[in-house]
Design a protein around this ligand. Structure first.
Ligand SMILES: [Zn+2]
Length: 424
C-alpha cells in the first residue's frame, strides 16, 4: 500500500496487514496492490517490489534511485514522504508510472535491461514535490501537476546525465507536443491545447495528452529564461513551501508568480500560454551538441557501426520523414535490429515509422506488442498508425478484439474511441 507499513499478523489461514498514512494526500493518491510480490533493497529510503521472476532485473534497472533522491532534494528541498519505494506492475498497467506517495507504481516496460528508462522514475519522484506535495485543485489545472513535474524531471536528468541528454529528451518531448497540438486542432479540439482547460462534460481520460506536461514545462521554462535560473529556483522553492500539502488553481499560481516575480507574466505573455490555443512563438528551444549531431544525421541510412543511445535513436527515428521506401526500412532493420530489440522506446518509434511507410514485414511484431503490453504510450500510437491505412484497419480491429479483455479499462476505452472514430 502507498502508506507506512505497521505489521502483519497471521491467524490461521488469514493474515491481517496494517498500514497508516502520516502525510495528508489527495484522494487520487490512495492506492494499494495485491499480488505475489518480492522486494529488494535499493538504498536507505527505497526498495523495489515486483513479482519474484522480475524482481532482480528491476533492482538492477532502478539501482540509481538514491542519486535521484539526492538530486531532487538538492533542487526542491527535503523529501517529505519518508520512503520512495517502487512497485513494478503487470504489463497491462496503462501508464509509465503513477506517483502514489511512498510507493510509486511503474510499468514493466521500464525494464529495458540498460537503465535507459529511469527518466520515468525521475518523473514519478519529482511528483513527490509537484503534484503530491502541491496538488492541482481539479483536472482543469492538471498542468500544475504535470508541467511542474516535467520541468523537475528534466532538471533531474540534467543533474544525473548532463545538459546534453536533457536537451535530447526536451527535443523528443517537443516533437510529441507539436504533433499532439496539431492533432487536437485538426480534430476541432483546440480547447485541449490550453493549459487551463474547461472539462465540463469531457471525460478526463479522453482529454489526457502531453499538452499539460510539455506545454506546461515550456511555460515554466519561459519564466526561467526570463528571470534567470537562480531567481527561478528560489521562486520554485517558495512556491512549494507556500502551498505545501495544499491544492492550487491556475489563478493562485498566477497571483503567486506576480507577487514573487513582478512583471514576468506580462514579459512572457502568460495569457497566451494559459488560455491560448496552440503553441506560443516564444516557447524556449533546447540546445546541445549531441542534439545537433542527431539532427545533422539527417535522413540518410546510418553506417552499420553507428552507436546511439536510446534517446538518440528515438529522436532520430521520430524526426525521419515518412513514408520511407521499403528498401530503406529493410536496410535499417537489418543493420540495427529494431524489430527484435527489447527496448520498447526504440522499438515503438521504429514500428511507427515502418507502419507509416507501409512496411508490412513488421505487422506480426506490431500485433505481438499490442498483445503483450498495455501501456497507452505504446498502444495508442500503434493502433492509430494501423487505423491510418485502410489496408491495416481490419488488423487493428481484430487485434483489439483479441486483446481488449486484457487491457486496463482506461486503455480499452481510449483505444476503442480511436477505432470508433476511424470507422465514421
Ligand atoms: Zn506525471
Amino acid at each position: 500500500m502507498a502508506a507506512a507499513f505497521d505489521g502483519r499478523e497471521e491467524r490461521g489461514d488469514v493474515a491481517v496487514e496494517r498500514w497508516h498514512m502520516p502525510q495528508p494526500i489527495a484522494p487520487y493518491l490512495f492506492a494499494f496492490a495485491v499480488g505475489e510480490l518480492a522486494s529488494r533493497e535499493l538504498g536507505a529510503r527505497s526498495r523495489v517490489w515486483a513479482e519474484p521472476s522480475v524482481v532482480d532485473g528491476a533492482a538492477w534497472e532502478f539501482a540509481e534511485v538514491d542519486g535521484m533522491l539526492a538530486a531532487g532534494e538538492s533542487l526542491f528541498g527535503p523529501y517529505a514522504w519518508d520512503r520512495f519505494d517502487i512497485l513494478v506492475m503487470p504489463p497491462s498497467f496503462p501508464y509509465g508510472g503513477m506517483e502514489n506517495p511512498r510507493l510509486t507504481f511503474v510499468t514493466p516496460t521500464l525494464l529495458a535491461g540498460d537503465r535507459s528508462q529511469v527518466r520515468v522514475i525521475a518523473h514519478e519522484l519529482a511528483h513527490a514535490w509537484s503534484g503530491n506535495l502541491v496538488t492541482n485543485a481539479h483536472a482543469g489545472h492538471f498542468w500544475l501537476n504535470e508541467g511542474w513535474t516535467r520541468y523537475a524531471e528534466l532538471r533531474m536528468v540534467e543533474v544525473l546525465e548532463g545538459q546534453d541528454t536533457a536537451a535530447l529528451v526536451a527535443a523528443i518531448c517537443r516533437k510529441d507536443l507539436d504533433e499532439t497540438v496539431a492533432r487536437f486542432i485538426a480534430e476541432g479540439q483546440g480547447g485541449l491545447t490550453r493549459l487551463r482547460t474547461h472539462l465540463e462534460g469531457v471525460d478526463p481520460d479522453e482529454a489526457f495528452s502531453v499538452v499539460p506536461y510539455d506545454k506546461g514545462e515550456l511555460f515554466l521554462r519561459a519564466i526561467e529564461t526570463a528571470v534567470g535560473r537562480e531567481r527561478f529556483d528560489r521562486f520554485a522553492r517558495r512556491y512549494l513551501e507556500t502551498f505545501r500539502f495544499g491544492a492550487v488553481t491556475t489563478e493562485a499560481f498566477l497571483d503567486f508568480t506576480e507577487r514573487e516575480l513582478p512583471g514576468v507574466l506580462a514579459s512572457v505573455d502568460a495569457p497566451r500560454w494559459v488560455d491560448g490555443e496552440g503553441m506560443p512563438d516564444n516557447a524556449p528551444t533546447a540546445r546541445s551538441a549531441r542534439l545537433d549531431a542527431v539532427i545533422a544525421m539527417g535522413d540518410a541510412l546510418p553506417a552499420a557501426d553507428t552507436r546511439l543511445s536510446t534517446t538518440e535513436w528515438n529522436l532520430w527515428l521520430e524526426r525521419l520523414p515518412r513514408p520511407q521506401p521499403a528498401a530503406f526500412c529493410a536496410s535499417l532493420d537489418e543493420r540495427f535490429g529494431f524489430t527484435s530489440t527489447g527496448n520498447m522506446e526504440v522499438k515503438v518509434a521504429w514500428l511507427r515509422l515502418a507502419l507509416a511507410s507501409a512496411y508490412d514485414p513488421v505487422l506480426p511484431e506490431v500485433s505481438r506488442v499490442l498483445g503483450a503490453v498495455g501501456r497507452m504510450k505504446y498502444l495508442v500510437p500503434l493502433y492509430s498508425a494501423l487505423l491510418a491505412r485502410p489496408e491495416t484497419q481490419g488488423l487493428a480491429r481484430e487485434t483489439f478484439e483479441r486483446n481488449a479483455a486484457g487491457y486496463h479499462p482506461i486503455a480499452r476505452a481510449v483505444v476503442r474511441g480511436r477505432i470508433e472514430r476511424a470507422s465514421t
